[in-house]
Design a binder for this molecule. Sequence first.
Ligand code: PCA
Length: 329
Amino acid sequence: MTRMTRTLTGLMTATTLTAAAVAPAMAETWDMPLAYSATNFHSAVAAEFGKCVTTGTGGDITIATHPAGSLIAGNDIKRAIQTGQVPIGERLMSAHQNENAVFGFDSIPFLATSFADSAKLWEAARPTVEKVLADQQLTLLYTVPWPPQGIYFKKEVNSVADMAGTKFRAYNAATARLAELTGMLPVQIEAAELSQALATGVADSMISSAATGYDNKLWESLTHFYEVDAWLPRNYIMVNSGVWDGLSDANRAVITGCAELAEYAGNWRSREYTGFTLQGLRDGGMTVEPASDTLKAGLQEIGVTMTEEWLAAAGEEGRAIVEAYRAMK
Ligand code: PCA
């Protein structure tokens, strides 16, 4: 090698390094699977969150949301994020309460039945949930509650006895247990498959929000929605912890800011969507009314059993969550 070549090579290496040091991070696209329909407020908030991230990171990260389980089915989303198949996604955490009872803290009947109480319960549960998620390579970005849960039927129902024998669509272990304790037959169905399952008679009742009934035009198959306000389960937006740790400080800060905004907006949209969708069910032709005192009393009794069962399953961590929550009330 001549001296000249050596100098040129050295210069080129130095230039390449400098260029790499000042070049922006490689622009990436993050696929973000969602389980619920594009029109649902959770999906709308996630889409806005995605835009906020794209703008805020100056195009370093573009988020592409895939609603209605179109990229990954609801039940597989958490694992897909854990294993790095996708960097980010949304999931109803209580669907995984079989894996860890703590995930079902938001589906305990009649523990937190309003948006205000749901916020307190989340505050009480947050450190524990974040720790469990961190052990699974998952970093929580934000969470938004579904509206209060009521019960849908294809007939008038005035007591727990009237519920017996119906095929009840469940979305987590708590809803399946509720079916068992009321003499119904639980069948696990993702929201994306709901309309078809009800239309074909695979199920003829369920517990959910007015929102999910509205999104899926359930008046085409069912006739009654009883407002029970049993609980407000939550969706969680999570990112793979390895991906998260690999981001620049600036991009992490932007995403955190977008997540805070999304959580705030999501909470308000959920409240607003409650009244809107209750009216939507009525307009669709359904009977929408509060559960009768007899039905409520029967469900309360079942709620006591389910609370005891959850506390037994969730152990010390579960008890601490409920105690911290009760101390805030
Ligand atoms: N809708 C979701 C979960 C809770 C809700 O209100 C569902 O029914 O799958």
